[in-house]
Design a protein around this ligand. Sequence first.
Ligand code: TYD
Ligand code: MG
Length: 453
Amino acid sequence: MAKTKTAFFCQNCGTQSPKWQGQCSACKQWNTIVEEVVTREDKKPWHGDSSEKQKRTKPVRLAEIDGGEQFRMNLIDKELNRVLGGGLVPGSLTLLGGEPGIGKSTLLLQASLQLPFKTLYVSGEESKRQIKMRANRLRTGDDNCFVLTETKTQSIFNHIESLKPDVVVIDSIQTLHSEYIESNPGSISQIRECTAELIKFAKETQTPVLLIGHITKDGNIAGPKILEHMVDTVLQFEGDRNHVYRILRTNKNRFGSTNEIGIYEMQGSGLRQVNNPSEILISNTDPSLSGNSIAATIEGARPLMIEVQALVSSAVYGTPQRSATGYNAKRLNMILAVLEKRAGFRLAAKDVFLNITGGVSVDDTAIDLAVIAAILSSDTDIAVNRKYCFAGEIGLSGEIRAVQRVDQRIMEAEKLGYDTIYISKSNKVSAQPKNLKVEQVSKIEGLTNALFG
Ligand code: TYD
Ligand code: MG
């Protein structure tokens, strides 16, 4: 039986050293030495890696490989199923990242409670009592969910061997520690080793594992980037903690597209799936108020109508303030420069505040046209008709550029009862909506003439 041995390796140049040191003696980089397992004890199936046991593989003609539909476990939660590409794939490792308090534990505990399979919820962060209290709030009582409060991987695997769950949830990967490595839980070596053990376990027993991961201040999943390379799927749970809406995104998916998003609303009794997001993201404000407009955006593969609010006022201080919530501040500055230079609006001495309502943040550049409409509406104090919506990107010379999947946006706008959609002249439209007028504009002036006369 091989005994577990570890050694220290530089993450930059790969040099091995007998003990930890602050600086690598070969490449002189600081803080790059990390402990790794070299050989391990051959105790459990997913620990053993000795070569005589490994199945020999040989090249196979692609045509001879069985390419049938991948079986997927139905997670009941429709949004989660969609984001995963149709359900949970047996033997897969899924990582769920998100800021503290955003609802990661709630999401996975809720999913575990709904599942018709035997699930094991391993928590290294909360006590059994805390988990029970949370489960009571969720009010989806179920006998198939087992809870384990443990952080040592070896004993987690022992429990798994006797319980034989169909799905394992780990909350969180940063609290686990493997006794083969001496460093603290949450360190790079520990995260890497624990993930490697979980991957072996998942692949060999075909049990899917869901991992919760913390994220750092700059929004990346804490720990080595390699963690994201190791797992099959990376999900990101995001939203503004002061708002009730949460968006679940796929950053990586080996079994499906990364274009899907799931939307939830955080309620007193857990997360509610939001099936028609467009309706909730638009507030019912007074139609005579200026500074509001509606963008027909696409998030992932779903069309979403989003409300944009702008406030333009004379600057009190010498340097005007520009601030954007849910929208890229640099892009706002660019739009203001284009409006000033290409369309002759005097905005240089004005404060401009922009807000995307509902606490969502938008990457889709098709929102530009709605941003312009909202800014100019606030500046001129003329309200934009609430039955109008916009989808167009703005270029540096003031031209309105075509956006992707315009037909899908048009159909969504018609479905939600809008009168008119403004898009770029260069967009080719094949959809023929009956109750919606499609206005195509090529320049900012075209838009301002139509909106503000
Ligand atoms: P949590 O799932 O613990 O977040 P994470 O695991 O990502 O750190 O919970 C996040 C917040 O959600 C918490 O502040 C309380 C709130 N919450 C509700 O509003 N309703 C609920 O039913 C539950 C369980 C939590
Ligand atoms: Mg948690």
